[in-house]
Design a protein around this ligand. Structure first.
Ligand code: ADP
Ligand code: MG
Length: 237
């Protein structure tokens, strides 16, 4: 589904992502972990069109998408969540999600966007009534809202950035189960980014580890968790 080769992102003289290659198969959940600052969000920014790569190729369903504008990438079927939720505070929960659906699906139809919003909100367990306010949402609720916005764009591939940040243990388990359910019930392929291993390792099919912008390990969770290079990076944090 996704084939990334030789991806590089420079900020001035600094290489935030340095020659990273990987693939994602249809229907899998790929975990992408690494310490803070290792380049995870920058990779998502390039996959979603928020930042153009300095060099490298991103093939999605066989087509080159590197450097395309965000709305074109959304229309091709890649949805993302942001690590720091920034909903429109003056809009209701429903309006935030419907708006994402409206733009995400190429502004085709308000009715379709609203239907997509209802399905997305039900999926993540947020109220589907049209008046519920964003103000009452805590950390877990805001993370669910991020997911619902991404789902309303009808993605084939979902990029989930730090879905566990600010959550307690029980909420982390719930969030992990939610991603599993999105894959199992909606058939959506997922790349899931976290800086901690934790519960992610129980849910993902494969995991890839970044350090200082480079891929240092990749494979089944059990193998990666016992990889000496990974242990070294995680002991040092
Ligand atoms: P992660 O998501 O793994 O914590 P990021 O991808 O956000 O890491 O950042 C990787 C590195 O690139 C960090 O050193 C960060 O400061 C730097 N960086 C990220 N975005 C920018 C930017 N727009 N301009 C300059 N440096 C950036
Ligand atoms: Mg990040």
């Amino acid at each position: 589904m996704l084939e990334v080769s030789g991806l590089v992102k420079r900020f001035g003289g600094f290489k935030a992502v340095n020659n990273v290659s990987f693939r994602v198969d249809q229907g899998e959940i790929l975990g992408l972990i690494g310490p803070n600052g290792s380049g995870k969000s920058t990779i998502f920014n390039m996959l979603s069109g928020t930042l153009p790569p300095t060099s490298g190729s991103i093939l999605f369903a066989g087509h080159e998408i590197a450097g395309l504008a965000p709305h074109r990438i959304i229309n091709r079927g890649i949805g993302r969540t942001f690590q720091i939720p920034r909903p429109f505070r003056k809009l209701t929960i429903f309006e935030n999600v419907a708006l994402a659906g409206f733009y995400g699906q190429g502004r085709h139809s308000r009715v379709k966007a609203e239907e997509a919003a209802e399905r997305a909100l039900a999926m993540v367990g947020l109220p589907t009534d049209r008046h519920a306010s964003v103000d009452g949402l805590g950390a877990a609720g805001l993370k669910k809202l991020e997911l619902a916005k991404a789902l309303a764009t009808a993605p084939k591939l979902l990029l989930a950035d730090e879905s566990l940040g600010g959550l307690d243990e029980a909420e982390m388990d719930q969030a992990a189960e939610m991603l599993r359910k999105i894959r199992d019930e909606l058939g959506i392929t997922i790349i899931w980014v976290e800086h901690i291993m934790g519960v992610l390792m129980r849910v993902v099919d494969r995991v890839m580890v970044l350090d200082h912008g480079e891929k240092i390990s990749e494979g089944l969770p059990s193998a990666v968790a016992s990889d000496p290079r990974v242990i070294e990076v995680y002991l040092g944090t």
